[in-house]
Write a protein that binds this ligand. Structure first.
Ligand code: SF4
Length: 377
């Protein structure tokens, strides 16, 4: 049956939805909010919607089904898509994975529509039947998901928000909170930077009595006494996540970690440690050498304040002779159980690349390889 023949005219119109990251990324386990909103909108307007795979619209595939329209969304730029699919006339595609900072917004009536939290149900059932643990799907089943604010004022050159100039309120909680879901996941880019609204938003979140989290990280550089107090009083879900993107902020971040610990002395915050991005766009050997030192310096400060790192590598991280170190740093930093117990040297064991690196750069190894979480003062 051809997709161009409308043999479906007496039935409900059918919309196919493809979550490209779900298909193309190995470790991906987060629902696509845009697709859930599209699904919610079309269902509300009398259409049938279904989460599908490329095969189901591929003209060369036996399993091809009929759809009036198909939407493909992706968040990650490195997610691969079969080229021929995007050329089909009933297919529309969007998301930061396709257009990065130039990604068009969804029309308002869809962007502000209640998400269809049932979109992934069949896919989840099938995965569980094949042996995946239910807990793996917690973001699909337990969380209401949305943006209380959007935008940022920092304009970091590597960020998808680099064209934004401010933080502004986006969705009221009623727009996306499902009363049957136990928890709330917020995807805001810089909630603490939302001028006079951040406090009101936190108060409304607290009033739901549900645990909530700001999953994309918060801007610790603008943490204040009032903000730290409200965070401490909140029913926060999971780690308090912040960002430590630039070594230049070291002194400021140190003060803010002290402030955080004043209100939450036993809580271990997590900070994204962005690396492998040359702000001068030169990418020579000296940059990579300095970048490693920048990373270790940030890790040192985090260890000192009993805070965890999460290493975020810019896409060029493997375009240099140190790529093995970035891999080892990532496996060390991004596993809290290892990072809390072992120094970098212990984590690497007798790795031949590390032994060679130490001979070449003894000053780095001497200064940083034996640092341990909680043992730096
Ligand atoms: S502070 Fe964060 S969200 Fe804002 S522009 Fe920089 S990286 Fe993006």
């Amino acid at each position: 049956m051809s997709n161009t023949e409308n043999t479906n005219q007496f039935n409900k119109m059918k919309i196919g939805l493809i979550d490209a990251d779900l298909i193309g990324q190995k470790q991906h386990n987060f629902p696509n909010l845009a697709l859930m909103k599209i699904s919610g909108y079309f269902k509300n307007n009398g259409y049938e919607t279904e989460l599908i795979h490329y095969d189901e619209i591929n003209p060369n595939c036996l399993f091809q089904k009929y759809f009036d329209k198909v939407f493909i969304s992706k968040v990650f730029t490195n997610t691969k898509i079969p080229e021929n699919i995007l050329k089909l006339d009933f297919v529309e595609f969007g998301g930061t994975g396709f257009f990065y900072d130039k990604s068009p917004n969804l029309p308002d009536e869809i962007e502000h529509h209640f998400p269809d939290y049932n979109l992934y149900n069949n896919w989840i059932k099938e995965k569980i039947r094949k042996g995946k643990k239910e807990d793996y799907f917690k973001y699909y089943t337990d969380f209401s998901i949305g943006f209380t604010t959007r935008g940022c004022f920092r304009q970091c050159e590597f960020c998808v928000n680099r064209n934004e100039k401010k933080v502004y309120p986006h969705s009221p909680l009623s727009e996306f909170i499902d009363k049957n879901r136990k928890k709330i996941c917020l995807l805001d880019d810089n909630i603490l930077g939302c001028g006079k609204y951040w406090e009101q938003i936190f108060k409304e979140l607290q009033a739901t009595k549900k645990p909530f989290q700001y999953k994309q990280g918060m801007d610790i550089r603008i943490l204040s006494e009032k903000k730290a107090k409200i965070l401490a009083e909140s029913k926060y879900e999971g780690d308090y996540i912040f960002a430590f993107d630039n070594i230049k902020d070291k002194n400021l971040i140190e003060k803010k970690l002290q402030l955080f610990k004043k209100y939450m002395p036993t809580t271990v915050p997590k900070l994204y440690v962005f690396c492998a991005f040359d702000r001068n766009n030169i990418w020579n050997d000296q940059f990579w050498y300095n970048d490693l030192i920048d990373i270790f310096e940030r890790l040192k400060l985090l260890m000192q304040y009993k805070s965890l790192p999460y290493l975020m590598r810019f896409e060029k991280w493997d375009k240099n002779n140190f790529k093995f170190i970035y891999t080892l740093l990532s496996s060390w930093c991004n596993c809290p159980a290892i990072f809390k117990k072992m120094s970098f040297r212990q984590h690497c064991g007798n790795n031949k690349y590390i032994i060679r690196f130490e001979k070449q750069y003894p000053e780095i190894a001497l200064k940083y390889f034996d640092m341990k979480f909680g043992e730096i003062y």
